[in-house]
Design a protein around this ligand. Structure first.
Ligand code: PGA
Length: 252
């Protein structure tokens, strides 16, 4: 099955108004690649202005609260994201699972709240190096996915999974194509077990030190349907070549 690729940037805690020019440049380049879905998940403070700087371009949040509203100081609701102009959000990034002690149950609740609000969701899973060294990566990440998956979304294309080995995030280390292929095949199996045929339509992104120099090789792996990109999404110069690589469907 051919799935449209999704290339999502994750700016993490980077970017002020001075970076809006990069958003505009990335959006203009993305418009030249309408065979690929492109999005930038920005700090919440930039979402509204980025929407003004790049009309029609997909802007996302990096997290969302599972409650609709209420006494949760510092948190952002799905309605607030939609209202600011976001069309998607990341949930369950390993930095939040670690820094904010988010559990699989939290991630599942966040995904359900975001989907119910009409947002697309990129749900992240991934193993530590210790887990991989013990030879338990596939079992660990499969169990993490099973416990984090929301109840069946009405529109399968709105839920994407990002496999991000923690040891590959921001380190310059990339999982090998064999490891990526093995993990993505296992995750595809879990999605089909959870959602039946709809699980075939969901995109599974790879994340962890994706750059222009390794993107083509990673996108050639079966069941890799795009990328979640951190550091290399901060500038158009680094990000646009990754979008271009995703648009190239020449069989390899
Ligand atoms: P990286 O981050 O591309 O900088 O490794 C990826 C991510 O954490 O989403």
């Amino acid at each position: 099955m051919v799935r449209r690729r999704l290339i999502a940037g994750n700016w993490k805690m980077n970017g002020t108004a001075a970076a809006l020019g990069e958003v505009t440049s990335i959006a203009l380049a993305a418009a030249q690649h309408d065979e690929v879905d492109v999005a930038l998940c920005l700090p919440a403070t930039l979402i509204g202005r980025a929407g003004d700087a790049a009309r029609g371009f997909a802007i996302g949040g990096q997290d969302v609260h599972y409650a609709d509203k209420g006494a949760h100081t510092g948190c952002i609701s799905a309605l607030m994201l939609v209202n600011a102009g976001a069309s998607l959000t990341i949930v369950g990034h390993s930095e939040r699972r670690q820094d904010q002690q988010e559990s699989d149950e939290d991630v599942r609740a966040k995904a359900e709240t975001a989907l119910a609000a009409g947002l697309g969701v990129i749900l992240c899973v991934g193993e530590s190096d210790a887990v991989r060294e013990r030879g338990e990566a596939v079992a660990h990440v499969s169990a993490q996915l099973d416990a984090s998956l929301p109840k069946a979304p009405s529109d399968a294309s709105r839920l994407s999974i990002a496999y991000e080995p923690i040891w590959a995030i921001g380190t310059g280390k990339v999982a090998g194509v064999i490891e990526i292929g093995e993990m993505h095949a296992a995750l595809r199996g879990r999605l089909i077990a959870a959602y039946g045929e709809a699980g075939q339509a969901m995109r599974i992104l790879y994340g962890g030190s994706v750059k222009a120099s390794n993107a083509t090789e990673i996108f050639a792996v079966p069941d890799v349907d795009g990328a979640l990109v951190g550091g290399a999404s901060l500038t158009a110069a680094d990000f646009v070549p990754i979008i271009a690589a995703a648009g190239d469907r020449t069989p390899r």
